[in-house]
Design a protein around this ligand. Structure first.
Ligand SMILES: N[C@@H](CCC[C@H](N)C(=O)O)C(=O)O
Length: 274
């Protein structure tokens, strides 16, 4: 089985081409691929499948993905399925373009959160229309170092974006955050952030299904939304341990711009039973 490896601000992915949708990537196979010692190692898997070949029914927000030629089947490192991945969709688009699977510099990628319009920029960065980042209300999480409170934001997937008084670098993000099921019935990604200069945020994240990662694109949009007064447009540069992205929040939704890099490709030799 062929694979590629890529990352967006060091949020890294194993990319599995499966244009005809013949692979049954179960959670154990995904976790084995993402294992950083016994596998290839990654924060998640991007299965590249033609939407027309998709086995799963596209219902709810995903129904809009039916119009897209390609579907990003995203899985977290523990094998769980997620609706959307902001870094992943940029890397996915870069992969499609590099392999000649799409032409031109604009495309739409199908995701479980719906269709996402993507632009491949001249400088190698990728911009994604992320849709509306919906501020849902307040929420809290218990981390290893104590309780944090913040803003629940829906970016297609669930987030708790917590502004902290200290530097985000000082927050203990180890372990799985404990969340109130009433606030997050499907779990959540938890971000801690601080405004370090006008228009600049610093953020760290503990991702649902992947643990602490060096970046999270939907998380970057979530903290930008949490940091912006309601009803305002804003542009934020968001720094994460793996780099930086730019978020533009406007009446038509959130736009995320950042790097997307393919670093390797090869043959998977491990037995996955797919
Ligand atoms: N790293 C991603 C988010 C991946 C999904 C997330 N862990 C979830 O379960 O919702 C990103 O860049 O957005």
């Amino acid at each position: 089985m062929r694979f590629a490896k890529g990352h967006g601000t060091e949020n890294d992915f194993v990319i599995i081409p499966d244009p005809d949708g013949v692979l049954d990537l179960d959670p154990a196979a995904v976790a084995a691929l993402c294992d950083r010692r016994a596998g290839i190692g990654a924060d998640g898997v991007l299965r590249v499948v033609r939407t027309a070949a998709l086995g799963e029914a596209l219902t709810g927000p995903a129904a809009a993905a039916a119009e897209c030629a390609w579907f990003m089947d995203y899985r977290n490192a523990d094998g769980s399925v997620a609706e959307m991945c902001g870094n992943g969709v940029r890397v996915f688009a870069r992969y499609l373009a590099d392999r000649g699977l799409v032409s031109g510099t604009e495309l739409a990628v199908g995701t479980r959160a719906g269709a996402r319009r993507v632009v491949l920029e001249d400088d190698g960065e990728v911009t994604v229309d992320m849709g509306r980042a919906e501020v849902v209300g307040e929420g809290s999480a218990v981390l290893a170092g104590g309780t944090v409170t913040g803003t629940r934001v829906d970016v297609g997937n669930p987030h708790l974006a917590c502004r902290v008084d200290s530097s985000p670098a000082e927050v203990d993000l180890s372990g799985r955050p404990q969340l109130a099921p009433g606030e997050f019935p499907d779990g959540a990604n938890v971000e801690v952030f601080a405004e370090t200069a006008p228009g600049t945020l610093e953020m760290r994240v503990n991702e649902r299904g992947s643990g602490e990662t060096r970046s999270c694109g939907t998380g970057i949009v979530a903290v930008a939304a949490a940091a912006t007064p309601p009803g305002r447009d804003a542009t934020w540069r968001v720094r994460v341990p793996g780099g930086a992205c730019t978020v533009v929040l406007g009446a038509d939704g959130a736009r995320l711009r950042g790097p997307a890099v393919i670093v390797a490709e090869g043959e998977i030799l491990m037995e996955l039973g797919v």
